[in-house]
Write a protein that binds this ligand. Structure first.
Ligand SMILES: [Zn+2]
Ligand SMILES: [Zn+2]
Length: 520
């Protein structure tokens, strides 16, 4: 029994060499010759609980992206690719459909069919790799001035297109372009101990904690908006969201350029996000007595009276001028900010913080090891259970309101939204938020950089993707390889590669040495 299981040794060896543990098998056919090859590609999962080597590669890629954008001293150039023939053809179709639709509409005829066609074309346009849409989004619902987001009491400057920070010149003529590392936290919900659990669990404001987590992303958006208006340029950031020990989200940001602490404090204090949603003060339906779905009208009815529940729009409209927002999210007064210089040890340490937890689910970053911690996590999960996560949340039925876009089968307390799941701690948004002009590259561009470096170091010929067709190999296909066999292949490939890379590096080093040798 002490002898290692051969299968596990393969797995360990794969992990040791950074090979994917769940490689995906593709069948690659060369179009000209019909030559078929089996290609194994990494699963690319970002969670270490699923595939540690892929998750680590994804983390390192994020670190590269963070590093490349942080101290840029030239504006990133973002030149969109020219449109392809297929993309142009789609836009032509879309233009014709629009013209036809508008003609029918002006004659007072039915436009349903053409609207449907337009919807399909818009989807195809996105699928064809074009950003944005041809028309601006439909105007939002009219809202009374009282309900609009109040603007922060801050000086507002016009936002210029500049994205890089200022330089400073020292007396000795040396120039510096400092950047910033900032950590923003949520406010206090009650005093917590060293282990992150409340000193007084009954006095801890779990509802506030739950709502702040649910609206954290919107609050952060508002903060960036305010900050850009305040500094007057198109400030860029790379941000990572992770939980504190008390299980409230906080956010680390690398900011290009620098801002004085007092100014930052002012913007944080003036930033808030109001949630104008219907009130959840009164529980109207609970337990076995829940609204029933009416197939005929596509609405939810009161189980006793058969009355139609107010729709989402009706509920929004009935929010009166005297009403308060359902929630106001703010950051806590405590924040951290430090200036960081390009290439310094501090910069590397901060990038380490920014990417540290990216391979874990939020809820797995701090595993409960004591009863108190488990109880704290359970109380937060309870608070999140009936809190509406979005306008379409099933929980609105509990408060007597039809969720937006209602559909059958909605049960309050059993919303499928990720925010309610334990592992998300109320925050279901993206873990890394990167502004568009950070490094001027997408994650795919950074990945391509890596691949190009590798192929050029190894002296491999570049392959033209247009020469092949690709298909997924399914179980049951005659050429399907079981996972164990795939693993053996990736381990062998990986070791071969690493040896080749090592040799290429040694050759490069020797070439360098002989070059300096001849110069000396
Ligand atoms: Zn993998
Ligand atoms: Zn929900």
């Amino acid at each position: 029994m002490a002898a290692p299981l051969a299968r596990n040794v393969v797995k360990d060896l794969a992990a040791e060499h950074g090979a994917c543990l769940r490689p995906v098998q593709l069948r690659r056919t060369e179009i000209d010759t019909g030559y078929v090859e089996q290609v194994l590609i990494p699963c690319g999962h970002t969670l270490a609980s699923v595939c540690p080597p892929c998750a680590e590669r994804a983390r390192i890629l994020r670190a590269t992206q963070c590093r490349e954008g942080w101290h840029l001293d030239q504006e990133p150039v973002i030149d969109p690719d020219p449109a392809t023939e297929q993309q142009k053809a789609l836009i032509t179709d879309r233009a014709e459909a629009q013209e036809g639709r508008d003609l029918l509409a002006s004659a007072g005829l039915d436009v349903g069919e053409l609207d449907e066609r337009i919807g399909e074309l818009d989807e195809e346009i996105t699928e064809a790799g074009m950003r944005g849409s041809v028309l601006p989004a439909r105007p939002r619902r009219h809202r009374s001035t009282r309900r609009r987001q109040d603007t922060a009491p801050l000086p507002r400057r016009p936002v210029s297109a500049r994205t890089i920070g200022k330089t400073y010149t020292a007396p000795d003529g040396k120039t510096f372009r400092p950047s910033l590392f900032v950590t923003l936290t949520c406010p206090s919900y009650g005093q917590v101990g060293e282990d992150g659990t409340p000193v007084d669990p009954d006095g801890y404001d779990y509802q506030q904690a739950a709502r702040d987590a649910l609206h954290f992303a919107a609050l952060f958006d508002r903060f960036i908006q305010n900050l850009r208006r305040f500094v007057g340029y198109d400030l860029q950031y790379f941000a990572a969201i992770e939980p504190q020990k008390r299980l409230a989200p906080h956010i680390h940001l690398a900011i290009r350029g620098t801002i004085a602490r007092t100014e930052l404090r002012g913007v944080i204090a003036a930033t808030y996000h109001q949630v104008w949603w219907p009130s959840t003060e009164t529980v109207r339906y609970d337990g076995g007595c829940l609204p029933v779905w009416d197939e005929h009208t596509g609405t939810y009815l009161d189980p006793g009276t058969g009355e139609v529940l107010p729709t989402w729009d009706q509920a929004l409209d009935s929010i009166g001028d005297q009403d308060e927002p359902l929630h106001v999210a703010r950051f806590g007064a405590r924040f951290d900010a430090q200036g960081v210089l390009a290439g310094s040890r501090d910069a590397s340490r901060c990038i380490g913080y920014l990417t540290k937890y990216l391979t874990k689910q939020l809820g797995d970053c701090h595993q409960a090891t004591t009863d108190a911690q488990a109880a704290h996590a359970a109380r937060l999960a309870d608070a999140l259970r009936y809190e509406p996560c979005s306008p379409t949340c099933a929980n609105w039925l509990r408060y007597g309101i039809q969720p937006k876009n209602p559909r059958p089968g909605l049960i309050p307390g059993a919303c499928k939204g990720k925010a309610h799941h334990r592992e998300y701690l109320g925050y279901a948004g993206r873990r890394v938020l990167v502004s568009r002009k950070w490094s001027g590259k997408t994650l795919a561009d950074h990945r391509a950089d890596r691949q190009n470096w590798l192929t050029s170091t190894l002296g491999l010929p570049a392959t033209d993707p247009a020469r092949y067709t690709w298909e997924a190999v399914k179980p049951g296909d005659p050429d399907h390889m079981p996972n164990g066999q795939r693993l053996l292949h990736v381990v062998a490939d990986r070791i071969q590669w690493q040896t080749a890379l090592e040799m290429a590096r040694r050759r490069a080093a020797e070439a360098d040495l002989s070059a300096t040798g001849s110069a000396a």
